[in-house]
Design a binder for this molecule. Structure first.
Ligand SMILES: [Zn+2]
Length: 322
């Protein structure tokens, strides 16, 4: 789950803040406990002495005395636990930091669950800063699409969109394969992409959501004038769990774009990392604008969803939709 360095650094900052807050709350609770039940302070000091003694015995190789000190400490700990339970609410003196990683966020090289959760939350915050960041499947409105059967294709736009909606939802849950959203402007492609992004991020996956013009701009910067930031961004395009490219075809065309798109598609397909691309272009137009190889990759490796209907923004402006 390669999250962006921004997500990780914000999550790390939160982890540090939370650790500091938990430690100071624990210190205040401990102080209160010692004040109200002075015997706890004595028990604590006895336990510390016992630990020091056990260390000395260990250095001297006296295993019998170590065992004795351990046994005494267990008895002292039991007294401590029962006094705490008697006088204070549950968890009042609970160990403040994560029991798995001790507040470090990592167990060895592995990200701890506590830190993964913070990254997941920060990934959602990052997505919410996008135009459609709050998009959820529950907000997708099928009634925006006409239920009148189109005589040319024998189905209504709503029937088609219902299928698209189900496919996108399944994709967001399973996060395998690739989706290509094809259709005119204002038919809900960006909104449905954002629903997928939110769902995947809520499931703990790293998601990169980028417009095509930004994506190619960053790839070009990294190719011809790289710096640490551009390298990080491009590494995200290559390694994030889900890459969403919005509005393919709105970027300036050129040989660099074609080569970069082909490489990106190939690398992610080979690595089995899902992508979702939305575009106003048909596959024929893609073949002409980019290359037959790219069109063939998209046809062979992407599930195509065609968006039908009338421009939702226009309908809203006309007062047809609320
Ligand atoms: Zn942890």
């Amino acid at each position: 789950m390669p999250y962006s360095s921004d997500v990780i650094s914000r999550a790390r900052q939160r982890l540090e803040n939370e650790n500091t807050e938990k430690k100071s709350r624990y210190a205040a609770h401990l102080e209160q406990a010692y004040r109200e039940v002075p015997q706890l302070r004595q028990l604590d000091s006895q336990m510390k002495q016992n630990v020091a003694l056990a260390v000395q015995c260990a250095l001297a190789g006296d295993s019998q005395k170590i065992a004795q000190a351990q046994k005494e400490n267990e008895a002292l700990q039991a007294q401590w636990d029962s006094l705490v339970a008697e006088h204070f609410p549950k968890d009042f003196l609970k160990e403040p930091l994560c029991p798995l990683c001790g507040g470090l966020g990592y167990v060895g090289k592995q990200m701890c669950d506590c830190f993964t959760e913070l990254c997941r939350q920060e990934q959602l915050v990052e997505l919410q800063s996008l135009a459609c960041g709050h998009a959820r499947f529950a907000d997708f409105r099928l009634d925006y699409y006409s239920d009148r059967i189109d005589p040319q294709i024998g189905v209504s736009p709503r029937m088609v969109m219902e299928q698209n909606f189900l496919m996108a939802k399944r994709f967001a849950q399973r996060l395998s394969g690739n989706l290509l959203l094809v259709g005119g402007t204002g038919l809900g492609k960006t909104f449905l992409s954002a629903c997928v992004a939110t769902k995947a991020a809520m499931g703990g996956h790293s998601v990169t959501y980028e417009t095509a013009s930004h994506l190619f701009g960053n790839l070009e910067k990294n190719r011809f004038n790289p710096d640490e930031k551009s390298q990080q961004i491009v590494s995200r395009y290559e390694n994030c769990d889900l890459l969403i490219v919005d509005d393919l075809g709105t970027e300036l065309p050129g040989n660099f774009v074609t080569a970069a798109l082909y490489n990106l598609l190939n690398d992610r397909i080979l690595a089995g990392k899902p992508m979702m691309i939305s575009t106003n272009l048909t596959v024929d137009e893609i073949r002409v604008r980019y290359s037959p190889q790219i069109a063939s990759r998209l046809q062979g490796n992407f599930q195509g969803l065609t968006f039908l209907g009338e421009d939702i923004r226009v309908l809203k402006n006309r007062g047809v939709l609320v």
